[in-house]
Design a protein around this ligand. Sequence first.
Ligand SMILES: [Fe+2]
Ligand SMILES: [Fe+2]
Length: 198
Amino acid sequence: MALTTLGLELPTDPRWVNIAEMNIGDILIDHAYCEQKAASSCISLIVQYSDKAELVEVLTPVVAEEWGHFQRVLKELNKRGIPLGRQRKDEYVNQLRSRLRRPIGDPKEQLMDNLLINALIEARSCERFKLLSEHIADEGLRKFYRELMISEAGHYRNFIELAETYLPAERVRERWKEFLAVEADIMANLDVRADRMH
Ligand SMILES: [Fe+2]
Ligand SMILES: [Fe+2]
């Protein structure tokens, strides 16, 4: 999955994957919560937009997939005797949410923003999983992250396509560019941390 395919402007700092590998327990804990939040976020969208049949149809199986990912990460933690522990502060997602928030009158624009933020987190997660799948030594985890990378790339497309279902593609592209620019700026200023997936 190339960066250009995902649209991301800034590649992950190459130091990240090395320090992440040395701290794989913390990475797995943070990853477990990323999957939990992905499932929760899809459930919230389904509840908020229950009148949008296509959104409900597309996102319902995504909830199950994300929850399946959560279960698989838990299994990797259990194998290593690492307890799940408490959720950590998600600086990346918090910054995305606060910087991309805007006063919106039009519910369609709000729907688009809600979908695109999910697409963005999927795209970045996909890029990180790719790095893990290519660079870490543990063969089992490489395979694990390769499979998850493919799944998250599918979710990224789901969110973009849903946005294009409810809004003109041109408008989605325009707003997506703004999202990408903000994300790149956040990435450039965020500390490279050994204990966070993002
Ligand atoms: Fe996932
Ligand atoms: Fe996902």
